[in-house]
Write a protein that binds this ligand. Structure first.
Ligand SMILES: NC(=O)C1=CN([C@@H]2O[C@H](COP(=O)(O)OP(=O)(O)OC[C@H]3O[C@@H](n4cnc5c(N)ncnc54)[C@H](O)[C@@H]3O)[C@@H](O)[C@H]2O)C=CC1
Ligand SMILES: CC/C=C\C[C@H](O)/C=C/C=C\C=C\C=C\C(=O)[C@@H](O)C/C=C\CCC(=O)O
Length: 261
């Protein structure tokens, strides 16, 4: 996909990985809609992006992705503002084992809703022009840990849902590619929650073990995750792919055994 003039919607786009991919897209002359719960950080990011890329290139929409109406409205406002939608990145995520129901709502339910909304605005089944959807999982889906059982479950769910819907998109000729990105540890505010009892609940007592894993596996820069996102967006051969990004192997893909009888 050539990005010049295209439009991307990024949930959780105010900071961290979402902010990094927004910058990468803007540098490729794509327009971006930052959809995020955090108004203060979102407006700060918008101000900085305006200074670098121009006010007309981005939009910030304060939105809780677990509020179905607000998420629908965010998609609607994005298309009203920019006239089209080509890329959807369902990136918003939390790490909260104490309020684990909330974790499921943000990390999985809202990813499903954001994916279906993306199809509403991009799928040829609705007379649209096609596009690409990237759902953010985690290497937690491949290397589970005692620290975040529900977070891990949500990230497994993102992979299963996305790969199944990618098959439907191919069979149904939606013209929309659906792929998954699984980063290892990344240097963002989310990573700091590992030491917080409000987030980890009873699993906070395992924080030293978690930190040992971070030391062992390394911590990535958000810019590397953005690089992986750009590859998924521009490589039109990718559908149902699961990209993994780790310190040891960099950007690579998970290989699934072919289906056997
Ligand atoms: N940081 C890491 O080590 C890794 C992160 N990930 C995933 O990457 C994604 C992005 O995480 P980071 O950038 O690291 O986190 P972050 O905490 O820096 O950014 C997440 C953004 O999502 C927003 N957000 C949270 N709940 C929301 C809601 N209900 N509605 C709208 N926006 C909401 C936050 O306000 C924040 O701006 C998440 O899905 C996370 O699970 C995956 C693997 C590793
Ligand atoms: C509080 C932090 C919240 C979330 C951070 C993140 O989502 C959790 C990541 C959990 C595990 C990370 C594992 C990293 C693994 C590697 O870097 C690999 O090099 C390890 C080797 C093999 C993995 C197995 C495979 O590739 O299939």
């Amino acid at each position: 996909m050539a990005l010049c003039g295209k439009v991307a919607l990024i949930t959780g786009g105010a900071q961290g990985i979402g902010r990094a991919v927004a910058e990468a897209l803007l540098m490729s002359d794509c327009r971006v809609s930052l959809v995020d719960l955090n108004r203060n950080v979102g407006e700060e990011s918008k101000t900085k992006l305006d200074a670098e890329f121009g006010e007309e290139k981005s939009l910030f929409i304060q939105c809780d992705v677990t509020d179905s109406g607000a998420l629908q409205d965010a998609f609607k406002r994005t298309v009203e503002r920019f006239g089209r939608l080509d890329v959807v990145i369902n990136n918003a995520g939390i790490n909260n084992e104490k309020n684990w129901e909330k974790t499921i709502q943000v990390n999985l339910t809202s990813v499903i809703k954001g994916t279906y909304l993306g199809l509403d605005y991009m799928s040829k089944e609705h007379g649209k022009e096609g596009g690409v959807i990237i759902n953010v999982s985690s290497m937690a889906a491949f290397l589970h840990s005692p620290h975040q059982p529900v977070y891990t479950a949500t990230k497994h769910g993102v992979i299963g849902f996305s790969r199944a819907l990618a098959d439907a998109a191919e069979l149904g000729n939606y013209g929309v590619r659906i792929n998954v990105l699984c980063p290892a540890f990344v240097d963002t505010p989310l990573l700091q929650t590992v030491s917080q009892e409000d987030n980890m609940g009873k699993f906070v007592k395992f924080k030293d073990d978690f930190k040992q894993r971070m030391d062992k596996f390394g911590v990535l820069k958000p810019s590397l995750i953005a690089e992986g996102m750009m590859r998924i967006i521009t490589d039109e051969s990718l559908n149902g792919a699961v990209m993994k990004i780790t310190s040891s192997k960099g950007i690579h893909f998970h290989n699934y055994e072919p289906l056997s009888a």
